[in-house]
Design a protein around this ligand. Structure first.
Ligand code: FCB
Length: 454
């Protein structure tokens, strides 16, 4: 492990906190979405989740025992600013005050994400990220958070995976708000990026002491066949999934769109230069989530499945995502291919040479169908190997990327969005009925690695 390399665990408020009606929290986009029949694979909801809101002390204790340097979590916007406008909800602020103080007392550096997908419902009803004004509302929220926690947060992430919000939330309807706008959803990408830039300005204006960045998810894209048509489809996927979110932030412009698909990208072509200046705020670090590569084939898909759930809209596309039969897969069916973490870093080294700030892998991890043995233990050797291979790739790094850390997704088995409780990603098993936490073998393995380095 390189000297000073930070290892952390990563979570998101809505997936673990529960307590959706406690202490003045307002309803969110996801509250509404999960209540709609058929949206969540197992019909569950996150109203209790892992009850972290009440058990955060125990959870910080487990992190301390694990020996991580840092904890990435998100601030629930509807908890802090229930209606999405106006002043802060004191009780919401106090919860994160307690959490931050607990972390600092345990010697764990806090990384706080401002938007990990739960938006106050009233803002969603005004159009959410399809409405330009939401970017300014988000900046106001950033200001509240910066004022309240700016003295203690070590690193700020503005938005988590704007890609996933646009593609799953606004284009395909797999995630909240469940819109199926296909390519028209690209306006939500621009507004999130604008919100990111305005939030960076807001945090700086209140003098937060921590570094500021964004988290984008990256998937290296490969055509299934080396034909012109297939390469063109792979390029379109690379644009929608990766480049339209990274280029404006790091290069201050949207990519050049291929002539034949320019019409589809229209919302990103007629963009004001002033917006791009705001989006390209200098950053202290850049967050990258890496889970898997993507192989693109030409022609519409044979069925409705996507890596994150089912979406009828994909049948309208002229390309489809293919499997990687040469790799083992997680319970989600995602290929396990650590060499593509290396390729992710290589993509960044070439695309953003000279402008890339220090990088953190802000998420990486795997879901497996864990088995609880008669004695209560969980021997998830598959997860431990997944982490061993991906951490090794991260430690090796690549030339041209100043990689500073890796955050494991995730601490606890939690509520995995549209998959409900069906996908377990945790280092710690959680019994949904009793809320009992049981560290798995992967937890013991990581603890051992972290102890050895000292
Ligand atoms: C990422 C999300 C995170 C979790 C993992 C499995 O895309 O940021 O909340 O769902 O995937």
């Amino acid at each position: 492990m390189p000297d000073g390399f930070e290892v952390g665990v990563s979570t998101a408020a809505f997936q673990i906190e529960g307590a959706v009606r406690d202490d003045g929290r307002g309803p969110s986009t996801w509250d509404e979405f999960m209540a709609q029949p058929g949206r969540i694979a197992d019909g569950s909801d996150a109203s209790i989740a892992t009850d972290h809101y009440h058990r955060y002390r125990e959870d910080v204790g487990l992190m301390k025992e694990l020996g991580v340097d840092s904890y990435r979590f998100s601030l629930g916007w509807p908890r802090i600013q229930p209606g999405g406008v106006g002043g802060a909800n004191r009780a919401g602020i106090q919860f994160y005050d307690r959490l931050l103080d607990e972390l600092l007392a345990a010697g764990i550096r806090p990384m706080a994400t401002l938007f990990h997908w739960d938006m106050p419902e009233p803002l969603q009803h005004k159009g959410g990220w399809m409405t330009r004004d939401t970017a300014s509302r988000f900046a106001d929220f950033a200001l509240l958070a910066g004022e309240a926690f700016g003295d203690r947060v070590d690193k700020w992430v503005t938005i988590n995976e704007p890609t996933t919000v646009t593609l799953n939330g606004y284009a395909l309807g797999i995630h909240a708000p469940g819109a199926t706008l296909m390519f028209d959803s690209l306006l939500s990408a621009h507004h999130q990026l604008l919100g990111h830039g305005l939030a960076v300005q807001a945090l700086r204006s209140v003098g937060v002491t921590g570094g500021i960045g964004i988290t984008n998810v990256h998937s290296p894209v490969h055509p299934a066949k080396d034909t012109m048509r297939n390469r063109a489809h792979a390029e379109v996927f690379d644009l929608i999934h990766n480049r339209i979110f990274a280029d404006p932030v790091l290069l201050g412009r949207y990519p050049r769109f291929p002539l034949l698909s320019r019409k589809l990208f229209a919302p990103l072509i007629e963009v004001d230069d002033a917006d791009l200046k705001i989006i390209a705020q200098p950053l202290d670090f850049y967050g990258l989530n890496y889970y898997m590569p993507t192989r693109i084939g030409s022609g519409p898909p044979a069925d409705d499945t996507t890596p994150d759930g089912v979406a009828a809209g994909v049948r309208l596309l002229p390309f489809h995502i293919q499997a990687w039969p040469e790799y083992p897969t997680t319970a989600f069916g995602w290929p396990i291919a650590p060499e593509f973490l290396t390729e992710t870093l290589e993509d960044y080294a070439t695309r953003y040479q000279g402008v890339l700030p220090p990088v953190y892998i802000t998420e990486g991890g795997a879901s497996f169908d864990d088995v609880v043995a008669a004695d209560g233990s969980v021997d998830d050797a598959d997860r431990a190997s997944y982490l061993a291979e991906h951490l090794a790739a991260a430690f090796a790094g690549v030339e041209g990327v100043d990689l500073r850390g890796y955050y494991v997704w995730t601490l606890l088995d939690n509520w995995e969005w549209a998959a409900g409780f069906e996908q377990r990603f945790g280092l710690i098993h959680v019994n949904a009925e009793t809320q009992q936490r049981t560290p798995k073998r992967s937890y013991a393995w990581l603890q051992h690695v972290l102890r050895e380095r000292r």
